[in-house]
Design a protein around this ligand. Structure first.
Ligand SMILES: [Ca+2]
Ligand SMILES: [Ca+2]
Length: 276
């Protein structure tokens, strides 16, 4: 089984990260038993480590963490995570030995995990290895990392960003946005669904510096194999589906492939939005 983190509730009902952070507290994990070690803050938010532990005097002295749960004070389970194989001491070390223990712990649990969003709005980031990120319902903000991610927005108006690695992104239903920045260059991400009018390709101006900010100007967009004049900056090859950026149009600098779409799409300049 791949290691995974599943969000069971999200915004606006719960903020999973804030609840996990609150549950962190400043004290050692307590209420230890052979299979669970938990910390509950004064409000009742709980972080429960699952695994197999050695208990001495009511305290877990060693063991293996295989998963965790985050429970809100109202009793709702907001995160369920399984499939890990971490030494308890490493988890506690990440938790307490770092200036921001919650972020250190999150990195440990998140970086190589498949992520599943809730039916609400989620913010999910993963990506040291090749992982799956699914937003499910709600308007989700989904971000890959240097690994090769498969990112699926599901229902709702989602924002998808593969970042490094050759990622595959599917917006699903809703008005989805696919984001590209400099890290995408050289490793073209694949977009499996792009309904013109509904979806948008967002180009970070810090990377696509030769584009004016705002909706892409019609004169900067070309359908074909390459730029045909000095103004063409974004080129969609409808025979191959490749999407290129050419910083100087017809001039001597090579175009760079940054995404691959389906072939024969009805792409227009107003499918692209350039901003910081
Ligand atoms: Ca969601
Ligand atoms: Ca969607």
């Amino acid at each position: 089984m791949n290691q995974y983190v599943e969000f069971l509730s999200g915004q606006p009902k719960h903020n999973p990260y804030a609840i996990m952070s609150d549950a962190r507290g400043d004290y050692a994990f307590t209420n230890a038993s052979e299979y669970r070690v938990e910390h509950v803050d004064i409000n009742g938010n709980a972080l429960v480590l699952r695994g197999t532990f050695d208990i001495e005097g009511g305290i877990a002295t060693s063991g293996t963490v295989t998963g965790f749960d985050v429970l809100a004070a109202d009793g709702t389970k907001v995160i369920k995570a399984r499939g890990f194989d971490f030494d308890l001491k490493d988890v506690e070390g990440a938790y307490f030995g770092h200036e921001n223990g919650e972020i250190a712990l999150r990195e440990m649990f998140w970086r190589d995990s498949d992520l599943y969003g809730s039916e609400y709005d989620d913010v999910l980031s993963s990506g040291w290895s090749d992982t799956l990120i699914k937003g499910r319902g709600g308007d989700d903000d989904l971000n890959g990392g240097k690994g090769k991610q498969t990112i699926k927005g599901g229902k709702g108006d989602d924002s998808l960003s593969g970042l490094g690695g050759k990622d595959t992104m599917t917006g699903g239903k809703g008005k989805d946005t696919f984001e590209f920045s400099i890290t995408a260059f050289g490793k073209a991400d694949k977009i499996t669904d792009f309904p013109h009018k509904a979806d948008t390709i967002f180009l970070d101006h810090k990377s696509f510096t030769a584009l004016d900010q705002g909706v892409l100007d019609g004169s900067a967009f070309e359908i074909g194999a390459k730029a045909k004049n000095d103004d063409h900056r974004i080129i969609y090859n409808k025979k191959t589906g490749s999407l290129y950026y050419d910083e100087d149009g017809k001039g001597g600098v090579d175009q760079v492939k940054f995404a691959k779409l389906d072939t024969d799409l009805n792409m227009k300049a107003n499918d692209f939005l350039v901003d910081a």
